[in-house]
Design a protein around this ligand. Structure first.
Ligand SMILES: Nc1ncnc2c1ncn2[C@@H]1O[C@H](COP(=O)(O)OP(=O)(O)OP(=O)(O)O)[C@@H](O)[C@H]1O
Ligand SMILES: [Mg+2]
Length: 253
């Protein structure tokens, strides 16, 4: 494509091309192309079984693709191990929060700091000013500043979801992926989560799967509709919402 002299469209941080995965001959993701830009909040919607979660599994290396490529920040992820993908800057939140229930909010965040406790082992670990400062900064971002000493199992469902987002933020990922982050949240928690995502998307990319259209509307820069492992439609929330094909297979139900 031609462009004005000297101008180059910014390269997407994540480029998925021709991605397919077959489970016993069933193509859960079928020749998918999907691009996420820097600083973009990109939301994937679509009916149950469309392949949304499988796409996140493929990006984070939990599931290996049959064919296709996933390029993240210039690196091919399909050949990398899960651990190395995390280290490359991809953070992924599963649907159920995986936090340490018997540790405090502070300790949960501290454990997630790349230069934190795990490096030296608990015995020799010294709580450095650097770790404390980062924990406090992240706690502020996830509305938990006042609850740093609270044991995690005493948090509300929504607060647990925020804590897990915070644990990912401790690693400062360039790409943050969230699978149905507001499922089970109260209305006010959903509004706060939208505010949170709008805030933390500055300087990083966020890929979100959600069914709650009010929430999607309040966060999405771009929406991709997935159906039977393929892209059915893509564009702004307004464009997607009024697309007859999307209404037929998803929004009309
Ligand atoms: N590891 C697997 N082995 C076999 N089949 C799988 C596997 N993972 C996913 N599938 C199948 O792939 C299809 C897509 O599943 P996926 O979980 O990605 O859907 P989804 O779009 O996230 O749906 P939902 O909105 O219900 O969460 C489903 O038919 C599912 O049963
Ligand atoms: Mg899913």
């Amino acid at each position: 494509m031609s462009s004005p002299a000297g101008f180059q469209a910014a390269k997407p941080v994540l480029a998925i091309e021709g991605l397919t995965v077959s489970f016993d001959g069933f193509k859960a993701v079928n020749d998918l192309n999907l691009y996420v830009d820097r600083n973009e909040v990109h939301v994937v919607i679509g009916p149950n079984g469309a392949g949304k979660t499988t796409v996140l599994d493929l990006i984070c290396g939990k599931t290996k693709s049959t064919t296709g490529s996933i390029e993240f920040d210039g690196r091919e992820l399909t050949k990398m191990r899960e651990y190395d993908i995390v280290r490359a800057g991809v953070g992924r939140k599963f649907q159920n929060p995986s936090i340490y229930e018997n540790l405090t909010v502070f300790e949960n965040l501290e454990m997630s700091y790349p230069k934190g406790r795990k490096v030296f082992g608990a015995l020799f670990f010294k709580r450095t000013a650097e770790v404390v400062a980062r924990v406090e900064e992240v706690a502020g971002e996830i509305f938990l500043s006042e609850l740093l000493d609270k044991q995690a199992d005493l948090l509300s469902h929504g607060q647990k979801q925020w804590l897990e987002i915070g644990m990912l933020l401790m690693q400062d990922p360039a790409l943050l992926m969230l699978d149905e982050p507001v499922a089970g949240m109260s209305v006010s928690e959903r509004v706060q989560t939208a505010e949170l995502l709008n805030r933390i998307s500055k300087g990083r990319s966020v890929l979100v799967i959600e069914h709650d259209m009010e929430f999607v509307k309040s966060i999405a820069h771009r929406v991709t509709v997935l159906h039977q492992g393929k892209v059915l439609a893509e564009g702004s929330m307004e464009a997607v919402q009024t697309n007859p094909k999307v209404i037929e297979v998803y929004l009309g139900h």
